[in-house]
Design a binder for this molecule. Structure first.
Ligand code: TNX
Length: 519
């Protein structure tokens, strides 16, 4: 146990004593600029030095722990140039980072971890590999920012002596990437996964279909990608993932303890599918590919049995390549589907998802239908819908557009993005509490938070990074950190300290005037 008498940062004592632990405020290099802010942290004396003889060890016969050890080594090798061998610990001495699964520490929960750094060594404990993975993300941020560089750096690779016990507030901490309006290839999605994993997010929702494009191969309906995947907003060439590529994304995410939530948006937002198979529409007229950005003009024919045969095939193929528990069926802005038809449609499609062993997520409008026992509603626009969903027994994912939408402009000068839900500066994106922002939803009914990035105006990976950073770390903290420990004035100092990490990771971030980046 490190010494934890008083912690001074600059000249100020930044933190109160909570339950016998000194909880830290901000500052680089002593652990106090961590994002998300950990639940409990105390600082000790001295530091641990990572060096050429450091090894990352764990007990034998634990492949999932070995995977976390290899992940950690993979993060540290490029910048340090050290070999950092990993493996089971026959010998217990030397300069070691130890990863341990502990069964007795139930207070850590499914995703918590206990990190102990002393001058002698680093020990990371968790009840499951996911917790070890989150502890690894913390360890990364305890090292100098240069650790994030992709080439060898000369730096003193010291980790301050700390003791951290940490676990998340919410189990669902996600981001969404719209690959339908503009398509992003596998390499971009992998980078996106790496960026959200660094902030302990555990969900990536992929918006795989919309009016402008169909992005996932469905073998029984090949024209979906041949025709429906052939363009995008602005008329570019679009693209799609083969099932093999999708599986590659799923595996890459899983290795980072991230679950993929695939979305097929329906019955609206379906122009690309309808152009590919006109019989999905009630009138078998000719349809044209769409490369604009208006919403709400398309709908599946909800009265034809053929529509449900199509949906069954799509859901079956998608469920077979999706190990996670959820299939998102959209349901937003179906403005040309008569309300009674919409309700009937959703009542029919939900059991089809269950049939393939998955749980439904739908945008908040889905609350108008009868909700199956496990259906989850994603709040984006209408609090009334979300409250109705809760009354019907559903759980809610909080993605309020006016706070969590990463495609909203920061201010009127932002070169990308939309502003229909308002301008969202970095402070605004951070200052809200999912549990209290709407009366009538309630903490106990909230699975967590998700920040969607819609891509009508987003074309390149640089564009993605500019809109996502620096707001995403704040959303990640909302998902992870106890709201009683969150405060903008304190957070903005920690955020400023992340800039060096963003730069080392090559992230093209928005240097918001709300943050004093020189601190
Ligand atoms: C609303 S959010 C939409 C999307 C748009 C987004 C742009 C939601 C469920 N529907 O179709 O891309 O606004 O911000």
């Amino acid at each position: 146990m490190p010494n934890c008498l008083t912690v001074f940062v600059g000249r100020r004592i930044l933190a109160p004593l909570v339950a016998g632990f000194l909880v830290l405020g901000a500052q680089a290099q002593d652990g106090s600029s961590l994002i998300p802010r950990p639940q409990r942290m105390t600082t000790g004396e001295g530091s641990f030095s990572l060096n050429a003889s450091t090894r990352i060890v764990h007990a034998a016969g634990q492949p999932a722990v070995q995977a976390v050890a290899d992940h950690l080594a993979g993060l540290l090798r490029p910048s340090t140039g050290f070999a950092l061998p990993t493996g089971s610990a026959a010998q217990q001495s030397g300069n070691l980072i130890r990863l341990e699964i502990v069964s007795k520490d139930s207070s850590l929960g499914r995703e918590g971890y206990h990190l102990s750094v002393t001058p002698k060594g680093v020990t990371l404990k968790a009840s499951r590999p996911a917790g070890l993975f989150y502890g690894v993300q913390t360890l990364r941020q305890l090292l100098p920012a240069a650790i994030e560089a992709s080439t060898t750096q000369s730096a003193a690779w010291v980790i301050p002596a700390v003791e951290i016990r940490d676990r998340p507030e919410y189990g669902y901490r996600g981001a969404m990437l719209d690959v339908a309006r503009h398509f992003f290839g596998v390499a971009d999605v992998k980078r996106f996964i790496d960026l959200i994993a660094a902030y302990k997010m555990n969900i990536l929702h992929l918006h795989l279909s919309d009016d402008q494009g169909w992005r996932i191969e469905i073998k029984s309906w090949p024209k979906l990608t041949e025709i429906g995947g052939s363009t995008q907003v602005g008329g570019g060439k679009g693209g799609f993932y083969t099932q093999e590529q999708y599986k590659e994304i799923v595996a890459y995410a899983a290795a980072r303890h991230i679950t993929i939530v695939p979305e097929i948006d329906m019955p609206g937002h379906t122009n690309a599918a309808i152009v590919s198979y006109p019989e999905l529409n009630c009138r078998d007229t000719t349809h044209a590919l769409y490369t604009g950005t208006a919403v709400g003009f398309s709908t599946f024919c909800t009265s034809r049995p053929g529509t449900y045969k199509f949906i069954d095939d799509v859901l079956r193929e998608l469920a077979a390549i999706t190990p996670g528990p959820w299939l998102h069926i959209g349901g937003d802005e179906s403005h040309v589907t008569p309300k009674a038809d919409y309700i009937q449609f959703m009542n029919k499609v939900q059991p089809m998802v269950s049939k393939y062993g998955k749980q439904v997520i739908g945008w908040d409008e889905i609350a108008h239908a009868n909700l199956q026992k496990n259906t989850v509603v994603q709040y984006w626009a209408d609090a009334g819908n979300s409250k109705m969903a809760v009354k019907k027994g559903a759980k809610v994912i909080m993605s309020p557009a006016r706070k969590a939408y990463l495609d909203m402009q920061y201010d009127s000068t932002t070169r990308l993005g939309l502003h229909w839900a308002g301008f969202i500066e970095v402070d605004n994106a951070y200052q809200w509490d999912p549990a209290t922002m709407e009366q009538g939803i309630g903490r106990q009914n909230i699975l967590g938070v998700e920040a969607p990035l819609w891509t009508e105006t987003i074309i390149t990976m640089d564009d993605i990074e500019y809109m996502v950073f620096p707001r995403l770390p704040g959303i990640a903290e909302i998902g992870w950190t106890d709201p009683a420990q969150r405060d903008w004035k304190e957070y903005r100092v920690r955020l400023a300290a992340q800039a060096a990490r963003f730069r080392a990771m090559g992230i093209d971030f928005y240097a918001s005037p709300k943050v004093d980046w020189k601190q």
